[in-house]
Design a protein around this ligand. Structure first.
Ligand code: PEP
Ligand code: MG
Length: 408
């Protein structure tokens, strides 16, 4: 192993010469210059193993995610742009569980996409999914996803110091009714091409639910008047504010489905700003308060006969698969690259053991204990997917929740 530590590009070019052999081990965070033959052979062996493992998982692509004792779990994909849709079926997903439409609105200097531009984007995704459901979330801008028209500074100065608690997501849509109806019309028009489910972010008040349905009715009426075709849509709410999770029985009366956004649910329940590194150590997906809320929503959904999906980064993490399914969640939506690993875990498990683990976790009083229980079980059962530590709590951010067995 090289004992020299490089702290700059210049130093790297001093230590590494033309034609040197270099092993870059991203898992361990090391670069080995001119490894010995034994070390090189070890890395070649590991590479062959991971290629074999990936090929084995790829063969599962078109098999359903069903437990050994026959419990089906739907695995869906999270996407950000219509171009991502093509890879969804390829990844073995049974639909799109979350299309974050705000990415169509971001990085364009504050100029917002018009109805036709949005319609084309949604239609392209729907057509690419060939009849499979596409869940499209209305703009969730603000806080961690500002658009130029509402820069973080603007949000901080004009709307208070806590943008995560400010005019974001559905609140912003309801504050801009013309823009909101424009998006709804685009979504309704796209539904003429396939199965569209519209998802509303950050709903916390039943008054918002009433305004959402009024806006939808008005958008349909406008399309009718303009003679534009549109199809039927399913309507759902994100459960990502504790108020919605606690009042879930009331919210379920109005929606065809709900989707739990654990990234924000954890942020708001534990009062941890998901963008603040100083408190990231407190971001604990298995905190008993979170586990109880998840359980409550899953049970209420089952009792009401309304599907409950989960689309936060927890869904993509192999450490949490047993707990989530054991708590009663039957739809998980994640980055497409995570699907093979999560599918493999589900197909190798028995629902009874998942439920037993969830019961154990529901019984503890603190996050450390819950993590210890879950990690020891999951590491023992799935060492191939949890080999590199698997002990760090997730940050709950897009891109940071990539599972250890998944693509970098
Ligand atoms: C969430 O909050 O869990 C979620 C899926 O939405 P986002 O990360 O886009 O806020
Ligand atoms: Mg969210």
């Amino acid at each position: 192993w090289s004992s020299d530590v490089c702290s700059s590009d210049l130093e790297a070019s001093r230590l590494i010469r033309q034609d040197d052999w270099v092993v870059i081990d991203g898992d361990a965070g090391v670069v080995i210059v001119n490894p010995s033959p034994i070390v090189l052979e070890e890395y070649r062996f590991r590479q062959r193993q991971s290629e074999l493992e990936r090929a084995r998982l790829d063969r599962l692509r078109h098999t359903p995610a069903v437990t050994l004792d026959g419990q089906a779990v739907e695995l869906l994909a999270n996407i950000e742009l219509p171009g991502d849709a093509a890879g969804v079926v390829e990844a073995g997903a049974v639909g799109v569980g979350l299309f974050r439409s705000e990415f169509l609105f971001m990085n364009r200097g504050g100029d917002l996409p018009g109805e036709d531009e949005q319609f084309e984007a949604y239609r392209d995704a729907v057509v690419a999914l060939q009849g499979l459901p596409v869940t499209i979330r209305t703009v969730d801008v603000g806080a961690d996803k500002p658009i130029e028209r509402m820069s973080p500074q603007e949000l901080r100065h004009e709307h208070g110091l806590n943008p995560a608690l400010g005019l974001r997501a559905i609140r912003w849509s309801l504050a801009e009714p013309g823009m909101f109806r424009q998006q709804l019309r685009a979504l309704l028009r796209a539904s003429a091409y396939g199965k569209v489910r519209i998802l509303f972010p950050m709903v916390a008040q039943l008054g918002e639910v009433r305004l959402i349905f009024e806006a939808l009715a008005r958008a349909r009426q406008q399309l009718d008047e303009a003679g534009r075709p549109f199809g039927r849509v399913e309507v759902g709410a994100m459960v990502e504010v504790p108020a919605a999770a606690l009042l879930i029985d009331r919210f379920l009366r109005h929606f065809d489905f709900v989707s739990i956004g654990t990234n924000d649910l954890i942020q708001y329940t534990l009062a941890i700003d998901r963008d603040n590194d100083d408190v990231s150590y407190l971001y604990r997906p298995l905190h008993p308060a979170i586990v109880r809320l998840l359980r409550g929503v899953a049970v209420a959904g089952r009792e009401a006969g309304i599907p409950v999906s989960l689309c936060g980064e927890m869904a993509a993490d192999p450490r949490y698969t047993w707990v989530l399914v054991g708590l009663g969640v039957r739809e998980l939506s994640m980055h497409p690259s995570a699907i093979p690993v999560i599918k493999n875990i589900i197909r190798s498990s028995d629902i009874k053991e998942m439920e037993a683990l969830a019961e154990q976790v529901l019984d503890v009083s603190d996050a450390d204990e819950a993590e210890e229980i879950v990690l020891s079980v999951m590491r023992e059962r799935f060492p191939e997917h949890l080999q590199h530590g698997g002990g760090q709590p997730l940050q709950g951010e897009r891109g940071q929740g990539v599972p250890e067995g998944g693509e970098p």
